[in-house]
Write a protein that binds this ligand. Structure first.
Ligand SMILES: Nc1nc2c(ncn2[C@@H]2O[C@H](COP(=O)(O)OP(=O)(O)OP(=O)(O)O)[C@@H](O)[C@H]2O)c(=O)[nH]1
Ligand SMILES: [Mg+2]
Length: 461
């Protein structure tokens, strides 16, 4: 078991680069003493916690910067340890000088996420809350930060901890039965255990189901733009992103590899993916690109199927039917280059395709942003149909897997009871469920798990 230390760590808490203010934080047994050594101002050790002090950072008599120091005395700090935060001028040179001075006087450069790791190890946050801190920092839309904030507040953790405690109580009774095995007693009421398992399953099933939406919100809902070459897929991507992201030309087969970027629509992150035009080809490279288009088609939640509006509708329909869609995918048919035909003709085309496909069909001019409003309305409708205002949404793949494994183990317990399996085997499955539940909040954790979680954090968090 690796030993996590209480030595004093230091790191910048603000990004590299020039800014009005930069913050450097220290945490650990000597955080206040080290800061006192390098700070010309009031003696921090003698000051009350949660106060802020004006002074200078000094390195062997040399003034480095005029700063404000915030003082947090343990256990009422983020890490629960003694901590200080030095707010200095936001120059990379000053930040480096202050870091080096702190290190010279006994601090150590913090590892990524080490402040939050300490908060977890010292019981200030559980593991899922610590992960929520990282999610919050990395969130790129109003919805993903809302999910992270909810998780940080600990509702999800407290639900799981309560369930786990109830199961622990049963496990203890079952263990007791094993101790008295030759006496054939039943301490753990089987009917009540079944009830509890059904209750747990009923709570974790919706959590597992919420993961797909939660993950899409976190990573961006994938929208694949698919269609034959030259339909204007890259043009559409560029107009949506308001950026010349993809190369556009009248040569069929311009886009060879997929190109993607994200955009927030009504607080939800979408990932728009432009793909190579799908057609029969003998060109090896183009063929590889088309394979990737089909892969993106499979992975997408939403599909924009794009075609030239003047193309024969039987051909559009035949091509459409060649594609393999997944049942839960939402498809929008777009007939592009509406600027090239009369409105009446366009309307007729739309109604033909819409009747055949029973799908929303829109005429657009991909290069004109003002024609795309109905496309964004379609996405808004998609959000409305999927958004769960109530209930907890999980967005972390680790949590989803642990919940699935919990449910698997619990179903084994149920099956075991129904087939009168020996108590010791049932006890093993209960333990398996407890372990899985425990890994989410970190009641059960290993160094490897902690390393893999916290190494993804930024330095200084
Ligand atoms: N008139 C008109 N032309 C358009 C429109 N959208 C795209 N085009 C033209 O259609 C041609 C093909 O556009 P792209 O965006 O490169 O088409 P693509 O679907 O990405 O084509 P590939 O990458 O080859 O699969 C270009 O000459 C565009 O200028 C539109 O709304 N109206
Ligand atoms: Mg293209």
């Amino acid at each position: 078991m690796k030993h996590y230390l209480t030595d004093t760590i230091v790191a910048p808490a603000t990004p590299q680069g020039q800014s009005a203010i930069a913050v450097i934080r220290l945490s650990g047994n000597d955080a206040i003493a080290i800061t006192d050594t390098i700070f010309k101002g009031p003696k921090l050790k003698a000051q009350p916690s949660h106060t802020i002090h004006y002074g200078w950072i000094i390195d062997e008599g040399r003034e480095i910067d005029e700063v404000m120091v915030s003082l947090f005395k343990g256990p009422k700090s983020f890490t629960t340890e003694d901590s200080t935060e030095i707010s200095c001028h936001g120059s990379p040179q000053i930040v480096n000088d202050i870091l080096n001075t702190a290190i010279k006087h006994g601090a150590r450069m913090a590892n990524p996420g080490e402040f939050t790791l300490r908060a977890f190890l010292n019981g200030r946050l559980d593991l899922s809350q610590a992960e929520a801190v990282a999610d919050l920092i990395h969130s790129t839309s109003a919805q993903s930060s809302a999910i992270a904030l909810k998780q940080l507040k600990g509702k999800f953790s407290s639900i799981l901890k309560e369930l786990r405690q109830e199961l622990v109580d049963f496990a203890a009774l079952i263990e007791l039965e094993l101790d008295f095995s030759e006496e054939d007693v039943e301490f753990a009421h089987r009917g009540k255990l079944k009830e509890l398992i059904h209750k747990i399953n009923n709570i974790i099933r919706p959590l597992i189901d919420s993961f797909k939406w939660g993950n899409s919100i976190k990573e961006g809902i994938p929208v694949a733009i698919i269609g034959p070459p030259n339909a204007g897929k890259s043009t559409l991507l560029n107009t949506i992103l308001k950026e010349e992201k993809a190369l556009v030309s009248d040569i069929a087969g311009t886009t060879r590899d997929f190109i993607e970027d994200t955009l927030v629509v009504d607080g939800i992150l979408f990932r728009f993916i432009d793909t190579a035009g799908i057609r029969d080809t003998k060109d090896t490279l183009e063929g590889l690109g088309i394979e990737r288009s089909k892969q993106k088609l499979r992975e997408a939640d939403v599909i924009f199927y794009l075609n030239d509006i003047y193309r024969n509708e039987d051909e559009i329909w035949a091509d459409f039917n060649q594609l393999e869609f997944q049942p839960e995918q939402k498809i929008l048919i777009l007939l592009n280059k509406a600027d090239t035909i009369q409105k009446a003709q366009a309307d007729e085309k739309i109604s033909l395709i819409a009747t055949k496909s029973q799908l929303t069909t829109l005429a657009i001019t991909a290069k004109l942003e003002q024609t795309l409003k109905p496309v964004f309305d379609f996405l808004r409708q998609y959000i409305n149909d999927h958004h769960q205002a109530e209930g907890t949404i999980i967005s972390n793949v680790r949590h989803a897997e642990a919940l699935q494994n919990t449910m698997k183990a619990l179903n084994k317990v149920l099956a075991g009871m129904d087939s009168a399996m020996p108590t010791d085997l049932i006890a093993m499955d209960i333990k398996e469920a407890l372990n899985n539940l425990g890994t989410i909040t970190g009641e059960i954790s290993t160094d490897d798990l902690l390393d893999s979680i916290f190494s993804r954090f930024c330095i200084g968090k």
